[in-house]
Design a protein around this ligand. Structure first.
Ligand SMILES: *[C@@H]1O[C@H](CO)[C@@H](O)[C@H](O)[C@H]1NC(C)=O
Ligand SMILES: *[C@@H]1O[C@H](CO)[C@@H](O)[C@H](O)[C@H]1NC(C)=O
Length: 772
């Protein structure tokens, strides 16, 4: 009873004391370094480096602010002279230890702040006497241990905050005595284990914050002992899985399980928490989620933001369940590409489809390769975008890939630079199909089942440089098809149904440099085929059915640099036609049924650097067949033929690579020129003897027979040990153009126009997509 004196009694005592001891003296006392307000009855001694609680604080003080001192240790009875305190602030006081009974006299204290000190242990009697305390803040200390009974006297406490401490483990009954606790904040500790009875007895607790800890499993049993908790925050714990009926909390309405590492959860994980309204699963690793099983009739929001949710047929049940159960799904798709960033709520369940196995794998691969935007990034400024498309403001890319559009969507942002419409069902492209997108640089129309392109379909696309019409069903093009494309440089028409070269269709394309017509069924190249495409540098006709090339077919191709005619039906080298292509550097005739190459078959083509004559069934090349190639030729591919002999290589002073693999070479004197040439260049040459039988399988370079041939005397007698051996390291050095290596198809050099930088980026994107 003595410590709980009635205030009136105390006031009487106090008055008597003052009258007795200090008649006429200053009524209130104020310590030297402090600021005292005698009306509010507050004393503030802030940032004064005090090493102890100032003893001279007026007894009637109700608020004492001692922030920023250097008190180190709070002794027993530290505040015995100020029994009327309701608020005590002790932040930043370097307090390491609170001794038993330090606050013993503070029966009226409502608010105690001990944040930002160095307290490591909460002792049994540390908070004794604080029988009125409502809020206790011990944030930002080093608390790692709570002794049993530390809070046993805090029967009125509503809020206990122990954020940013070093708690690893909460023992049974740690919070015993907190009979009125409402909110317990244990965020930002290192908790990895909670004893089953850790929160036992907290019958009034409604809110528990355990975010930013190290819990790897949901502590089901511990939580089940918290019957009144409505909000539970477990964000930022490294949990990976939630099993069946993991969360069994009768009153729980808000559950935060975001920013964890969840990869999967049972669909009944929350089904025994019947009051649940809001479930936050954001920023986990969830790709697919099943509809939650019954048991949460009040659930209104399921947050899935920041998960790599894969929006295909596997997600459809969830989306349908959301609609049926009126649960709002918050978040967006992480893939496949065409749904990327799409709002889950905006996707119709029917659009959640699965493609073929292959397409899915490919899509997943693409998705996995996509760099994810940093999570802090604000959503983009909304950019104009047609329905069922995805448009990115920062990259100026718009995509409606594989969306079964039957008409080219309208309403793209005028700043769009890459427009990806692959895999739709357009069938027919009418005139003026792309209004208002004059800045598009790259237009993708692959696999759109296009049969016909009307004149002027692309008009207005003044900036278009890349046009992909591959894998459609186009058979012909009218002369006006490409009207209004002054900058078009790369045109892809491969894998269509052309049976004739679409002559005349390119005359409105003054900038055209590369024309791809691979894998059509074009049968011949007629005279003047390239009329209007005078600037063309690359003509790609691999995989057609060309059996005839008119001598005047390449009449206008004076700039032609690359001509790919592999995989056609040519029986002879089209010598006359080639003679018009005076700047040809790369000529490919691989895989044509050419058996014989006659004298001067390549005329005077001094510019030619690479010649592909491989896999043709070639039986004979005249000795002078390469005579016209003078000194320019660097690489000659003759592998996979039937050659026993080779033509004279001597005029080819620059030849660096010759591939003669898989030819039945006859290692006898007629092959001496090859042997001499090998000696001269000292390169590794893939050439093996097939005959005579005793030399079969030996490398041409290693057989001795040539030394006996007229003119072969200068050859080393023991080739593998000869004086040239010293050069071996050089010969083993891999050359950039190594033998027998398939070379990448080179794009022709873009010389005339300096391209803007976005072009380069777009090319890369387009190329990457096509390769993937
Ligand atoms: C605080 O006290 C310590 C030692 O008592 C002293 O070294 C330091 O300078 C003091 N700081 C201030 C701001 O008075
Ligand atoms: C042409 O078809 C062949 C065989 O299907 C394929 O390997 C090649 O990549 C195709 N080329 C182009 C450019 O489509």
């Amino acid at each position: 009873m003595s410590s709980q004196l009635h205030p009136n009694v105390l006031w009487v005592q106090l008055a008597g004391l003052l009258l007795l001891l200090a008649p006429g003296a200053n009524l209130a006392r104020c310590p030297e370094q402090c600021v005292c307000d005698q009306i509010q009855l507050t004393v503030a001694c802030v940032n004064k480096n005090l090493t102890e609680v100032p003893p001279a604080v007026d007894e009637i003080t109700v608020k004492l602010d001692l922030r920023g001192n250097n008190i180190q240790e709070l002794p027993t009875g530290a505040f015995k002279h100020t029994p009327y305190l309701t608020h005590l602030s002790l932040q930043r006081c370097n307090i390491r230890r609170v001794k038993e009974g330090a606050f013993r006299s503070l029966g009226r204290l409502v608010f105690l702040n001990l944040a930002n000190n160095n307290i490591d242990i909460l002792y049994q009697e540390s908070f004794d006497g604080l029988s009125s305390l409502k809020q206790l803040l011990i944030n930002n200390n080093r608390v790692e241990e709570i002794k049993p009974g530390a809070f046993s006297q805090l029967g009125f406490l509503n809020l206990l905050s122990l954020m940013h401490n070093q708690l690893v483990y909460i023992p049974n009954m740690a919070f015993q005595g907190l009979q009125n606790i409402k909110w317990l904040r244990l965020s930002h500790n290192s908790l990895n284990y909670l004893d089953i009875e850790a929160f036992a007895g907290l019958f009034t607790l409604t809110r528990l914050s355990l975010d930013h800890n190290e819990l790897q499993f949901f502590p089901t049993e511990t939580m089940t002992r918290l019957p009144q908790v409505t909000r539970l925050d477990l964000s930022y714990n490294p949990m990976t899985y939630l099993g069946e009926e993991t969360i069994s909390m009768a009153k729980l309405t808000h559950l935060f399980l975001d920013h964890m590492s969840l990869q999967d959860m049972a669909n009944s994980a929350v089904s025994t928490s019947p009051s649940l309204v809001h479930l936050d699963l954001g920023h986990n690793q969830l790709r697919v989620i099943q509809p939650l099983s019954a048991g949460t009739p009040n659930l209104a929001r399921l947050v899935l933001a920041g998960n790599p949710i894969y929006c295909n047929c596997y997600l459809r049940p969830l989306r349908e369940w959301g609609l049926r159960s009126k649960v709002k799904l918050l978040g967006s798709c992480g893939g496949p590409a065409h749904f990327s960033e799409e709002n889950l709520e905006a996707i119709h369940p029917q659009d959640l489809r699965c493609q073929s196995q292959d397409a899915m794998l490919k899509a997943e691969f693409e998705e996995a390769n996509r760099a994810r935007p940093p999570p802090t990034q604000e959503p983009e400024n909304k950019v104009k975008c047609p329905a069922n498309c995805v448009c990115e403001a920062d990259t100026h890319h718009s995509s409606c890939e594989n969306r079964a559009h039957t008409k080219v969507p309208r309403g793209f942002s005028p700043t769009t630079r890459l427009l990806d419409l692959r895999g739709n069902h357009f069938h027919y492209l009418p005139g003026n199909s792309f209004p208002g997108v004059a800045q598009v640089v790259s237009l993708h129309l692959q696999r759109c089942k296009i049969v016909e392109v009307e004149a002027g379909a692309f008009s207005g696309m003044k900036g278009l440089i890349y046009l992909y019409l591959s894998e459609n069903d186009i058979t012909s093009l009218s002369p006006d098809t490409f009207k209004g494309l002054p900058q078009l440089t790369y045109l892809h028409l491969e894998k269509n149904r052309f049976t004739a070269f679409p002559s005349g269709a390119f005359k409105l394309l003054p900038s055209l440099l590369a024309l791809h017509l691979e894998n059509n069924t074009i049968a011949k190249l007629e005279p003047d085929a390239l009329t209007g495409a005078e600037g063309l540098r690359g003509l790609y006709l691999t995989g057609n059915a060309i059996n005839q090339v008119s001598p005047r077919a390449l009449q206008q191709a004076s700039d032609l640099d690359t001509l790919h005619l592999g995989g056609n039906k040519l029986k002879v080298v089209p010598t006359q036609a080639l003679s018009k292509a005076g700047n040809l550097r790369d000529l490919r005739l691989s895989g044509n049924p050419i058996r014989w190459v006659g004298p001067d078959a390549f005329g005077p083509l001094g510019s030619l650097k690479e010649l592909y004559l491989d896999n043709m069934g070639l039986e004979k090349m005249s000795r002078g067949s390469l005579a016209g190639l003078t000194s320019g030729l660097r690489s000659l591919f003759l592998e996979g033929n039937q050659l026993e002999e080779v033509p004279n290589l001597h005029p080819l002073a620059s030849l660096e690579v010759i591939n003669l693999a898989d030819n039945p070479l006859m290692c006898d004197c007629p092959l001496l020129p090859l042997r001499m040439w090998i000696e001269k260049v000292n390169l590794k040459v893939r050439a093996t003897c097939a005959n005579p039988p005793e030399l079969k399988g030996r490398r041409v370079k290693d057989v001795h027979i040539f030394k006996a041939c007229p003119g072969g005397e200068s050859l080393p007698s023991t080739p593998t040990l000869g004086p040239k051996l010293s050069k071996t390291p050089k010969s083993n050095k891999p050359k950039p153009t190594h033998l027998n290596r398939r070379r990448q198809v080179r794009m022709p050099k873009v010389k005339p126009k300096a391209r803007k930088s976005p072009t380069a980026k777009l090319t890369t994107n387009a190329e990457t997509r096509r390769r993937a």
